[in-house]
Design a protein around this ligand. Structure first.
Ligand code: 13P
Length: 251
């Protein structure tokens, strides 16, 4: 079944003590509330184990923001999917535009990461989205199709059904310029159609597709009210309980 999810992506923010305080604060704020969505926080690698131990992971799922494209071995500085899973994290954000742009991640490495994440029982939150020039050239549909096709379409239907997609137009990330709810709905519906053409209507309908890019307390309600927007992947506004909570409560 399709799930509603509000996920925070802390990116490279917070020291361990700050991150722990943020996670515990959110856990406390959600205690006793009946929510219409699952809540996930994507912390730096260094925080995963401590955060997972400090909160109720039934209430808040923990995500890594990346994992290695190799299983294990002599890859200095890398963190494997098995290591991530061993911390108590259940999710891993993969293919974020910042990783594609600054760390040159390609669909080949991303496909390997997705496979390793799945093999280790993690749920990939797989990010796709076009840059401004592509949107202005009317190529955004093609771009997202290509991103899902090249990294995900060799998955078996069973494996594909474990994936969460996050549509994040690069021009909306950290810019304060969010896609309108209609723009988000239009492309989410398109993505779902692309998934249906490959995996059939049932799997496509059951796939959670999140929106990300300057989502906040003000615009969240309109975005999640759209039938094909199943939640959000939130950067800046996930760094304080005060800003993140109203987004969670937008459902
Ligand atoms: P902002 O919410 O800060 O725009 O970031 C979105 C994002 O990149 C989440 O992964």
């Amino acid at each position: 079944m399709r799930k509603n999810i509000i996920a925070g992506n802390w990116k490279m923010n917070t020291t361990l003590s700050e991150g722990l305080a943020l996670a515990k604060g959110l856990d406390e704020a959600l205690k006793g509330k009946t929510l219409k969505c699952d809540v996930v926080i994507g912390t730096p690698f260094t925080h995963l184990a401590s955060v997972a131990a400090a909160i109720d992971t039934k209430r808040i799922g923990v995500a890594a923001q990346n994992c290695a494209d190799k299983d294990k071995g002599a890859y200095t500085g890398e963190v494997s999917a098995a290591m991530v899973a061993s911390t108590g994290a259940e999710y891993v954000i993969l293919g974020h535009s910042e990783r594609r742009q600054y760390y040159h991640e390609t669909s080949v490495t991303l496909e390997a990461k997705v496979n390793l994440a799945l093999a280790n029982g993690l749920t990939p939150i797989f990010c796709i989205g076009e840059v401004l020039a592509e949107r202005e050239a009317g190529k955004h549909f093609e771009v997202v199709d290509e991103q899902v096709r090249t990294a995900l379409f060799d998955l078996s239907p069973e494996d594909f059904s474990k994936i969460v997609i996050a549509y994040e137009p690069v021009w909306a990330i950290g810019t304060g310029k969010t896609a309108t709810a209609d723009q988000a709905q239009e492309i989410h519906a398109h993505i779902r159609k692309t998934l249906a053409a490959k995996y059939g209507d049932v799997i496509a309908n059951d796939t959670t597709i999140l929106y990300g890019g300057s989502m906040n307390a003000e615009n969240a309600k309109d975005l999640v009210a759209k039938p094909d927007v199943d939640g959000g992947l939130i950067g800046g506004a996930s760094l304080s309980v005060e800003k993140f909570l109203p987004i969670i409560e937008a459902f």
